[in-house]
Design a protein around this ligand. Structure first.
Ligand code: BGC
Length: 751
């Protein structure tokens, strides 16, 4: 399509229709010009395709599709290759369904464990979410299907999500809540970005010009289209003016009419509308589905769903090597819990998938090497203990060699659209775990949940297996891990606090219907718990294996652009396994409050027993930077840093100091630059001398150039003076044109 000619040929009503969405899942078709409608579909962990003709309003009524693990689980893989493959599988399926845009991934940070959508989001850390999100996007788009990275931005609570404002400092916004999106936009070039429902600091995101134009397009170089979340736009003309390209699902003719009216009255510049249309025409041209129907191998895709879960399930605790349980060591095994028969394997809301082949843990047990007697133990549809169910399970447990209880959050407590109120399992499940542990010394708890759980019973059980929401192959994957057919290699992408009240936002989360105040700033998740040296239930990055790993031989080379960190990783156990080395940086150079450590790189490495593999991780200048609000830019400071390699944020295996020197690739000089900075930097000092001090200041005393009786510059002696930024120097009568010359010369790149 010749975009400019098409744009010129479109009438105003046609342009207004194109930016307004159509029938829930489409863009408008303009038959006259052969512009087809594009179809989009949820979602992040499987297709939820609802056709326009199906007439259904039931969110759960969609075509059958492979149900992959929810993001809470797949992110626990810490495996970018896996996420890329997941994207490829979803892309293939979307193409077979003639879908142009897949509405995912969901990449917002898990700020509070109460966040209703945490199951659908990747991590509490922007790097984990950014790297895994990028890989997913690259995977989907490699199959000629575009994505919508959602929800831009700071959608971290569900209650009043359409109107509440996420209020935070610019530093918090940049370093945490925008950072994930920045990584994905720059690395993976997503087709579209979906704005979230909420406001940031009082402005609705889908009508936020700074967010949509200044930051997303101008700063990050985004070239795709920006669409709204479903119903997120309050005023479509203001949204267009702010930089939104597509209102979804649109309010039909009413949306179209208001745009036409706004252009006719001059409230909306037609050039602004044209920009949005141009972005959409590019999307239509780039992501049009093939005219033939592809197919895919459902069984192979189901097996891949099992593989994703295998690579992601987290072994949280394994006292006395309770696991793995095999045909040889399991003895008389008792399995308890209704969730083994009726598993929770996916989230609720727009990411709900109609599975092709759900294999429950009880079904999969039949095909595993284990045999067990099963007791429901509790009822999922109530939270009170059912005495007869509990007694039957306890009687059986008394004489069992090992007990496995399936526990988790029932579906009605965890969903898109509302926040959770507690991190406790229902009473009947919690009580039963405690009672089982009293009658049997070998209890394993298998968890099915979308977000962190409190475990007051943790010391009484031997093992805990976190399966989150594991997708349609939940049963197969669970036994793969329990029997050791697969060696667990998942690590938590979020902290499990001991209690809800330990979370930094506990007193305020969701309290004010209009404002969510991010008073903890950048101290969120492990950045908070580790800085305050608080006990946690399970730390960020934690995950056990049936083998052991040793980290040795750390070496670092650095230059003004960053550093390269290398070390050796040895599998010291007796079975193949995968480790997740995590690189944390502690910043001792900057004079702003800093978390004690921040994750700056990670990888996943498969190592055979006895094998040693070299690992290399890279750090860039940005990894040493923080967002300076006063200068509105990233700042990397010269000074000391600590580099740590860990198996979790609390299990640091290697550690060394590193001094970084950014003076030769200095931060730009601005009116905010202090005289101290200039005087202490030989290069800047020379330029300052040449541009500001040496020239005779016509007719006036250049007080900057004043000298004392020994001929030394007075400037250098006066602490109060040195503690002034250039703009204050000008305010005091300093030579503005010469200072402007200095700034220009100082910022000129050498060489
Ligand atoms: C959700 C989006 C979803 C859209 C379409 C909204 O309510 O927030 O994530 O893509 O619905 O189903």
């Amino acid at each position: 399509m010749d975009i400019e000619r098409t744009l010129a040929a479109l009438t105003l009503p046609e342009k207004a229709a194109l930016v307004s969405g159509k029938k829930s899942w489409y863009t408008a078709a303009i038959d006259r010009l052969d512009i087809p409608a594009l179809m989009m579909t949820d979602g992040p962990s499987g297709l939820r395709k609802q056709t326009a003709d199906s007439g259904t309003t039931n969110i759960n009524d969609s075509v059958q599709a492979i149900t992959y693990p929810a993001a809470a689980l797949s992110a626990s893989s810490w495996n970018t290759d896996l996420l890329r493959q997941l994207g490829e599988h979803l892309g293939t399926e979307a193409r077979a369904e003639q879908i142009s845009l897949l509405l995912g991934p969901g990449v917002n940070l898990k700020r509070s464990p109460l966040g209703g959508r945490n199951f659908e989001y990747l991590s509490e850390d922007p790097l984990v979410a950014g790297e895994l999100g990028s890989a997913y996007v690259q995977g989907v788009q490699s199959q000629h299907v575009g994505v919508a990275v959602k929800h831009f931005a700071a959608n971290n609570r569900e209650n009043q999500r359409f109107t509440a404002s996420s209020d935070m400092s610019q530093r918090t916004l940049r370093e945490l809540y925008l950072r994930t999106f920045e990584i994905i936009v720059k690395a993976a070039l997503p087709a579209t970005v979906m704005t979230s429902y909420n406001k940031i600091n009082g402005t609705l995101n889908s009508q936020n010009r700074r967010l949509l134009r200044s930051i997303l397009r101008d700063e990050w170089g985004f070239h795709g289209a920006v669409m709204s979340d479903w119903g997120a736009v309050a005023n479509n003309v203001q949204a267009l003016r702010a930089g939104l390209d597509l209102e979804m699902p649109g309010q039909g003719q009413a949306s179209v009419d208001s745009i036409i009216r706004a252009v006719e009255t001059g409230e909306l510049d037609e050039g602004t509308l044209n920009k949005a249309v141009r972005h959409l025409l590019h999307i239509i041209e780039n992501w049009l589905p093939a005219d033939h129907h592809d197919t895919y191998d459902h069984a192979a895709h189901h097996d891949f769903a099992r593989h994703v879960a295998d690579d992601s399930i987290v072994l949280l605790k394994n006292r006395h090597q309770e696991l793995p349980l095999t045909a040889k060591n399991a003895g008389n095994l008792v399995v308890v819990g209704e969730l083994a028969a009726q598993p929770r394997y996916q989230g609720s809301g727009s990411s709900h998938v109609n599975p092709t082949n759900l294999v429950t843990p009880l079904m999969a047990l039949q095909n595993s090497e284990l045999t067990a007697n099963y007791y429901p133990g509790y009822r999922l549809d109530q939270s009170e203990t059912d005495d007869s169910l509990a007694q039957a399970a306890l009687e059986a447990a008394k004489s069992a060699d090992h007990v496995i209880i399936f526990a988790g959050y029932p579906e009605n407590t965890e969903s898109e659209g509302f926040d959770k109120t507690s991190l406790m399992l229902p009473e009947n499940q919690g009580e039963l775990i405690g009672s089982l542990a009293k009658v049997n010394d070998h209890v394993t708890v298998v968890l099915q949940n979308g977000s962190a759980v409190e475990m007051p019973w943790i010391n009484s059980v031997d093992a805990v297996v976190e399966t989150y929401l594991a997708g349609e192959a939940v049963g197969e994957a669970t036994w793969d891990i329990i029997t050791g057919k697969v060696n667990p290699s998942g690590h938590l992408a979020e902290t499990f606090p001991r209690r809800l009240t330990d979370t930094p936002m506990a007193p305020t989360f969701g309290q004010d219907p209009h404002h969510e105040r991010y008073t903890e700033g950048v101290f969120m998740g492990y950045r908070y718990y580790d800085t305050h040296e608080m006990h946690v239930l399970f730390p960020f990055g934690h995950g056990l294996s049936y083998t052991t790993f040793e980290y040795t031989n750390m070496a670092i080379t650095e230059n003004e652009h960053g550093a390269t960190v290398s070390f050796d990783l040895t599998n010291t156990g007796d079975r193949p396994g995968q480790a997740v080395p995590q690189l944390y940086v502690a910043n001792h150079a900057s004079h702003v409050p800093m978390p004690t450590k921040e994750l700056r790189a990670f990888t996943k490495v498969a190592v055979a027993p006895g094998e040693t593999k070299p690992v290399t991780l890279k750090l860039t200048r940005r990894d040493f930077s923080w967002w300076c609000e006063g200068k509105a830019r990233w700042q990397a400071d010269t000074g000391d840093y600590e580099i740590m390699i860990g198996d979790s944020s609390r299990d640091i295996r290697l550690q060394t100091k590193l001094t970084m020197d950014f003076k030769n690739s200095p931060a730009p000089v601005t009116m905010e630059t202090y005289l101290t900075t200039i005087v202490q930097d030989p290069r800047l000092r020379d330029i300052f001398q040449a541009t500001v001090l040496a020239p005779k200041y016509a007719g006036e005393n250049n007080f900057l150039a004043a000298t004392d009786e020994n001929g030394n510059l007075a400037l250098l002696q006066d602490q109060m003076f040195l503690n002034m930024p250039l703009r204050a120097v000008i305010a005091l009568g300093g030579p503005a044109p010469l200072i402007a010359d200095f700034i220009a010369a100082a910022n000129e790149r050498k060489g």
